[in-house]
Design a protein around this ligand. Structure first.
Ligand code: SF4
Length: 308
């Protein structure tokens, strides 16, 4: 994957290129999957493997990832023997006598007695709190399964999503902020998180740690409750940009079966077209969120090529 710098400052562009080339996992000869790829459809994985070197994207398509990166940094404290951040995890699974490596990076792992707490940081709109996407539940359960090999003396797992409210990404505010692709730090404004203009990584680095303790202190626990009306949930939660939602823990047998089933599905159906219409109305994913749209036969047939 290559990137065009466009009007991005050099520091940001260099970071985007560096992040794309980094592999936090140990290189092996095995075919490997990232957890998010495995949960998702096979076609983008196949097309990236086959045509990745031929695809050039505007570097601005990666700037939104900086918000995620900055938000993650805000929640990171000091690493200790009992608390790790951005921890790479790996495990090999054998399917039909072939070994595959599954990788993932858990945002936060904390050991407390015989309890392990795994936390993944996500963003969401206020009205969607309490309605975590099923794939988020699967992602955390896979991380648990990958981690459990190294942590076999720990028997109790708590899985949770730490949500950042991102209502600021909608409407006119987003349009206004989009004019500034070099903005990549964030700040607090009421119960929302907003962007702050920083011209260099150094400027952002000075700013970010000052928010961490403040944000953590304001986090609230929000129950998962699909029966409650979304508007009621939104009204009842405390004024905070951060909320925590618990994730149900699957049995090791169930998650192992899920992982192996997905590996088999990816291997046997590499060109299966994504279920874009069911999950994303009007193929929004193809048109706005897919890195491989320029080489995808389905997108070509639909006339979506070169949209991003
Ligand atoms: S363009 Fe659409 S169908 Fe093609 S890989 Fe991307 S999301 Fe899937």
């Amino acid at each position: 994957m290559k990137f065009e710098q466009g009007n991005l400052p050099d520091a940001l562009y260099a970071k985007i290129v560096k992040d794309e080339g980094e592999n936090p996992y140990q290189e092996t000869d095995l075919r490997s999957f990232r957890t998010t790829q495995l949960i998702g459809p096979p076609l983008p994985v196949t097309l990236k493997e086959e045509y990745g070197d031929e695809i050039t994207l505007p570097a601005t398509s990666r700037t939104s990832m900086f918000f995620g990166t900055v938000l993650h940094k805000m929640c990171e404290g000091e690493e200790t023997d009992l608390k790790k951040y951005e921890l790479p995890l790996s495990r090999v699974f054998t399917v039909d006598d072939v070994d595959y490596q599954l990788n993932g990076t858990v945002d936060e792992l904390e050991l407390d007695g015989n309890e392990v707490i795994l936390t993944d940081n996500k963003t969401c709109l206020l009205r969607n709190l309490g309605y975590p996407k099923p794939e988020y539940d699967l992602q955390l359960n896979i991380y648990k399964h990958l981690a459990s090999r190294q942590l076999d003396q720990h028997s109790v797992y708590k899985l949770r999503i730490r949500y950042f409210i991102k209502d600021w990404t909608s409407g006119s505010l987003q349009k206004e902020l989009d004019k500034y692709p070099d903005d990549f730090a964030v700040w607090l404004e009421g119960n929302k998180v907003a962007k702050k203009s920083c011209k260099t990584m150094e400027e952002a680095a000075l700013f970010i740690p000052t928010l961490s303790a403040k944000l953590q202190a304001r986090a609230s626990i929000v129950p998962r409750d699909r029966s409650a009306k979304r508007a009621e949930i939104a009204k009842s939660i405390p004024d905070s940009p951060i909320h925590i939602v618990d994730v149900p823990v699957m049995t090791p047998e169930d998650i192992e079966a899920f992982i192996k089933g997905r590996i088999k599905f990816h291997v046997e159906n590499p060109y299966k077209t994504c279920e874009v219409s069911e999950r994303w109305s009007n193929d929004v994913r193809c048109r706005h969120f897919c890195d491989v749209v320029s080489v995808c036969p389905y997108a070509d047939q639909q006339g979506y090529n070169n949209v991003i």
